[in-house]
Structure formats: structure tokens, C-alpha cells
Design a protein around this ligand. Structure first.
Ligand SMILES: *[C@@H]1O[C@H](CO)[C@@H](O)[C@H](O)[C@H]1NC(C)=O
Ligand SMILES: *[C@@H]1O[C@H](CO)[C@@H](O)[C@H](O)[C@H]1NC(C)=O
Ligand SMILES: *[C@@H]1O[C@H](CO)[C@@H](O)[C@H](O)[C@H]1NC(C)=O
Ligand SMILES: *[C@@H]1O[C@H](CO)[C@@H](O)[C@H](O)[C@H]1NC(C)=O
Ligand SMILES: *[C@@H]1O[C@H](CO)[C@@H](O)[C@H](O)[C@H]1NC(C)=O
Length: 492
């Protein structure tokens, strides 16, 4: 009896030893050698996310990190391990992995069908003329791409960058993954893009010219509505899977009522009734910044920035904008404060560029609309934004935690005497420097460029569309559940 017990416990001891050995070996195998063969390189890059990803919302990360091709679940273990440590990048050349890569690793590109609207709706507005029957410019050579006008027009140029990105998506070079690709069969598409340069149309073609009864801007919107209403793609979804860019708050003014079921790319919701535009279906896109981006290495640090607070902008006496004036009287005589009125056009852009890059904090105060390009000018100047705009909607806020690199102040607090300066003085060098470093890391999410780069504003917008479109599809599919049985039943 006693002997039997001994053998039994010896057996259990051996079993434990062996299983422990196996456990250790498997751990070694997982953590030591995985970088060589077991896990594809792209996935590794995802694991070694740049610390930028720390500023993304945790649930976004978790969602993206559950990989579709993970048969054993081993990867998740790894991800957790790395996620819980500090997510530092051992190799800084893997920078681009922050978001663009995550998309391309974890999901297929967004498939976009783009209507071949005649050039008068898009590049024709830029003065481009192709040969007969040519709809799109040839964009292989940067030289031949029509330029978007500079100055203040540029801040709403989102339509232009998205269209160029789609045009180029079919001849992507290796290593230049596209978040969205153009498909030529609309039944294969996730989303239908309407290439109308509505902001440019508003900015440049709103005035009546001689002999015209309606402006080009109104005529184009009218034509667009008629075109879309006649398309099978629009009828199929009631326009819900269509993407229309209307970044200037006054663009698409005449057609927005009829086209409001579509997903809109906007600067804010200020001039839209909530049933036409809301955060559930629409995309808030950053303005194209007007000041030039401060290169990382040249970005002035805390001590090098001589101005504490910077604001330059127009005076608004209307509604939300009245706060600018109140702040002006509170701040104008303070030292280390630059607070001046005047819009930044022409040489003003250079002055603002310099001013912001030499300031610790940049005010972003509600104007006649809740948003403005000033926020994005501050970001690319690495000047910590102070957002005083209660109704503001921020781009990509579902994945980006702005509190890491901005300061939000309620308008009602900001106009209390001494409140703002006390708050900003209480943010000491160390805390400011943390935000400044993060600003430098997220600047690229607010850049528009052609060709686009992983994680830049163009790709961030496509990713936002991808997140929203899945709920649109969900609704559309639910609604069509009973379509078959609702058809008139044939009776003999
Ligand atoms: C970082 O990775 C790149 C390739 O992704 C490689 O060429 C480079 O040598 C690596 N640098 C270091 C310091 O490991
Ligand atoms: C994180 O990524 C951004 C964007 O690519 C890059 O500018 C930054 O240097 C990276 N940070 C580190 C610590 O590598
Ligand atoms: C342009 O399109 C029209 C109608 O499709 C066609 O009749 C004509 O031949 C085309 N012209 C050229 C130069 O391709
Ligand atoms: C966003 O960042 C702020 C500031 O670091 C932090 O206090 C807050 O908890 C963050 N929010 C989320 C949801 O992570
Ligand atoms: C990102 O990581 C690098 C390298 O570890 C570090 O120097 C830098 O301070 C980090 N950036 C932020 C904003 O934490």
C-alpha cells in the first residue's frame, strides 16, 4: 500500500517534470526564435508597434490586434506580452508600422468604385483639359498632375488628395501599400466615391459670370444630383454607401439636402442639421495645414520657445465666435502672449508659421464655425493646442486620444479672469515636453500628400471610412432580410 503510493507520487513527479520541461521549451521557442521564421515579418512589425500607438485608444488596438490568421492563439500571447511592456521600438526604421501597416496587415484594402464623372466636376475645375473623351489626367508623372490652387483654398483640398490616391491605387509600387484601391465594377465595391471637387467649386465658381443665370457651382450641384439619382448604385443603397467630400462648410450647399444620405467628408457639423450630417455616418477630416511642417529635428524645445501663448485669427462677433473678443481683452496686455487679429493670408502665413513654431501653446478658439485650420497648423508646428471650442469635432477621435497632446478648456472657463494663464503656467516643462514629443510622433497623421504615405491623412480617412462602412452594410443587409418574401408572389 505504502509502496504503491510512493510509485504513484513518483510517477506524478516525473510527469510534472516532463510537462514543465515542455512548457519551458515551448516558451523559449515562442519568444526566442519567433523572429526568424514562425511569424511573418509584417506581423512582427505590428507587434513592435512604435510608441505612437500608445496614443491610440486601447479598444482600437485590441480590435486590430486580434489577427485573422492566428490558428493557435500564440500570437495573442505575444501581443499581450509586448502590449503590457512599454511598446518601445527597438528599431526606429520600423516607424511606419503605427497605423497604416496595421490596416494592411489585418484587413484587405477598402474597395472603392469611383464614378467617371466628366472633368468639369473635378480636374476641369483646376483648368485641366485632357484630350477628347479623356476623363482623368495621367498621374504617373508628378509633372503632369494639375496643381490645386494655393493660399486659403488649400485648406479644403481633401477632395483632390483622395481622388489622386484612388487614381494611383491600381499601379501601386511594392512597399507602397494602398489602404483603398479602386475597383471598376461597382458590385465589387465597399464604397462608391463621388469625385466632385465641391470646395473648389464653391471657392472659385460661386460668382455669376457674364451671361450666366446660375453660377457654375450651382449648375454642377444640380447636374450631380440628377446624375446620382439616375444611377443604379445610388438606388441600390439610397446613397448610403456613397462617399461625398464637402469639406468647405459652404460647399454642396444646394445639393446637401438631397445627398445627405451619403457618407460625407466634412470639416465639422456646424452648418448641417443633425439628420443630414452626424458623427455616426460621416467623416471629419483634418484641414490641410497652411503653415509648413516643422521638421522633427528642428522643432524648438520648451526653453527655445519664447512665446507662451499664440493666437492669430479673424475677429468674429457672431454666435460662438464672440469668445475671441472676450479672450482678446483678457490676454492682450499679458507678457509672453501673442494675441492678434487679422486673417492669415499672403505673408501672414509665414508670420504665423514662425510664431507658432516659437510658442509653447497655440489657442484654437471657436470662430464662425467650430473648426478651423489653426488646430492643424498648431499640430504641425508642434505647438501644444489649447482647444476652446465646445462644439468641435475632431478627426479620427475614435482612434486618437487628443488629450495626450492637447489641452481642452471649456469656453465658460476660458473667459474667467486669470483662468487660462494660470492653467498654462501650471503645465511645467516636463509635462509640456511629453506632449511635444507626442505631437512630433502624430504629425504625419495630419499630412496630405501625393503619393500618399502609410498613416497619413489620406490613409487615416480611408480607414475611418472602412470603420463606418461596415455599420452601413450591417444596416443595409438587415433591411434587405425579407426582400425575397416581400416580392409579389406568383400565383397560377
Ligand atoms: C532596422 O530594420 C531595417 C529593416 O527593416 C534594417 O535594414 C536595419 O538594419 C535595422 N536597424 C537596426 C538598428 O537593427
Ligand atoms: C514613431 O513613428 C513616427 C511616424 O512614423 C516617427 O516620426 C517617430 O519617430 C516614431 N517614434 C519612434 C520612437 O521611433
Ligand atoms: C469619344 O466618344 C464618342 C462617344 O462615345 C465617340 O463616338 C468618339 O469616337 C470618341 N472620340 C475619340 C477621339 O475617341
Ligand atoms: C486619454 O488621455 C488622457 C490624458 O493622458 C487620459 O487621462 C485618459 O484616460 C485617456 N483616455 C482614454 C480613454 O484612454
Ligand atoms: C518613444 O520611444 C522612444 C524610444 O524608446 C523614446 O525616446 C521616446 O521618448 C518615446 N516617445 C514618447 C512620446 O513617449
Amino acid at each position: 500500500m505504502w509502496e504503491k503510493g510512493l510509485i504513484h507520487s513518483r510517477f506524478i513527479f516525473c510527469l510534472m517534470l516532463v510537462s514543465m520541461f515542455l512548457l519551458v521549451v515551448s516558451f523559449l521557442f515562442l519568444f526566442q526564435f519567433s523572429s526568424h521564421s514562425l511569424i511573418p515579418r509584417s506581423v512582427l512589425e505590428l507587434i513592435l508597434v512604435n510608441n505612437t500607438s500608445l496614443y491610440f485608444m486601447p479598444n482600437f488596438k485590441r480590435e486590430k490586434l486580434v489577427l485573422p490568421h492566428d490558428p493557435s492563439g500564440d500570437l495573442k500571447l505575444q501581443l499581450q506580452k509586448h502590449g503590457e511592456s512599454d511598446c518601445r521600438v527597438p528599431n526606429s526604421s520600423q516607424k511606419t508600422s503605427s497605423l497604416g501597416q496595421q490596416m494592411s496587415v489585418t484587413s484587405d484594402p477598402l474597395r472603392v468604385f469611383m464614378y467617371d464623372l466628366p472633368p468639369e466636376f473635378h480636374f476641369g475645375l483646376l483648368g485641366w483639359k485632357g484630350s477628347v473623351n479623356q476623363t482623368w489626367p495621367v498621374i504617373d508623372d508628378l509633372k503632369y498632375i494639375p496643381h490645386y490652387p494655393g493660399g486659403l483654398n488649400l485648406q479644403h483640398s481633401i477632395e483632390y488628395w483622395l481622388t489622386l490616391d484612388l487614381l494611383s491605387s491600381n499601379n501601386a509600387k511594392p512597399g507602397q501599400p494602398h489602404t483603398a484601391i479602386r475597383v471598376h465594377d461597382s458590385s465589387q465595391a465597399d464604397v462608391i466615391f463621388v469625385p466632385f471637387f465641391s470646395s473648389l467649386s464653391y471657392n472659385r465658381h460661386s460668382k455669376l459670370r457674364e451671361g450666366e443665370k446660375v453660377s457654375v457651382n450651382i449648375m454642377l450641384q444640380d447636374k450631380l444630383v440628377r446624375f446620382l439619382m439616375g444611377r443604379k448604385e445610388w438606388k441600390r443603397s439610397g446613397g448610403k454607401d456613397h462617399l461625398i467630400v464637402a469639406h468647405h462648410p459652404n460647399s454642396l450647399l444646394d445639393a446637401r439636402k438631397k445627398l445627405g444620405s451619403a457618407m460625407l467628408v466634412l470639416a465639422d457639423f456646424g452648418r448641417y442639421p443633425v439628420e443630414l450630417a452626424n458623427v455616426k455616418k460621416d467623416i471629419i477630416a483634418p484641414y490641410r495645414h497652411l503653415v509648413s511642417t516643422v521638421p522633427r529635428a528642428k522643432s524648438a524645445s520648451y526653453n527655445e520657445r519664447s512665446t507662451l501663448v499664440y493666437f492669430q485669427g479673424a475677429i468674429y462677433r457672431k454666435d460662438g465666435g464672440a469668445i475671441r473678443q472676450e479672450l482678446y481683452y483678457l490676454l492682450k496686455d499679458e507678457k509672453d502672449v501673442h494675441f492678434a487679429f487679422g486673417s492669415i493670408g499672403g505673408n501672414g502665413i509665414n508670420q504665423a508659421s514662425h510664431g507658432m513654431s516659437q510658442s509653447k501653446f497655440c489657442l484654437n478658439i471657436a470662430g464662425d464655425t467650430p473648426s478651423s485650420n489653426r488646430l492643424f497648423d498648431a499640430i504641425v508646428s508642434h505647438c501644444v493646442p489649447v482647444i476652446i471650442s465646445d462644439e468641435i469635432e475632431l478627426p479620427f477621435e475614435d482612434v486618437l486620444n487628443y488629450s495626450y497632446f492637447s489641452i481642452f478648456v471649456r469656453a465658460s472657463d476660458a473667459i474667467k479672469k486669470g483662468f487660462l494663464l494660470n492653467l498654462l503656467h501650471s503645465i511645467k516643462r516636463e509635462e509640456w515636453t511629453k506632449m511635444w514629443k507626442i505631437l512630433k510622433d502624430i504629425t504625419h497623421h495630419f499630412e496630405y500628400q501625393y503619393p500618399s504615405k502609410p498613416g497619413d491623412a489620406v490613409n487615416m480617412i480611408w480607414q475611418d471610412v472602412a470603420r463606418k462602412i461596415s455599420s452601413v452594410k450591417f444596416d443595409l443587409h438587415r433591411k434587405s432580410r425579407y426582400r425575397r418574401s416581400q416580392l409579389p408572389v406568383k400565383t397560377d
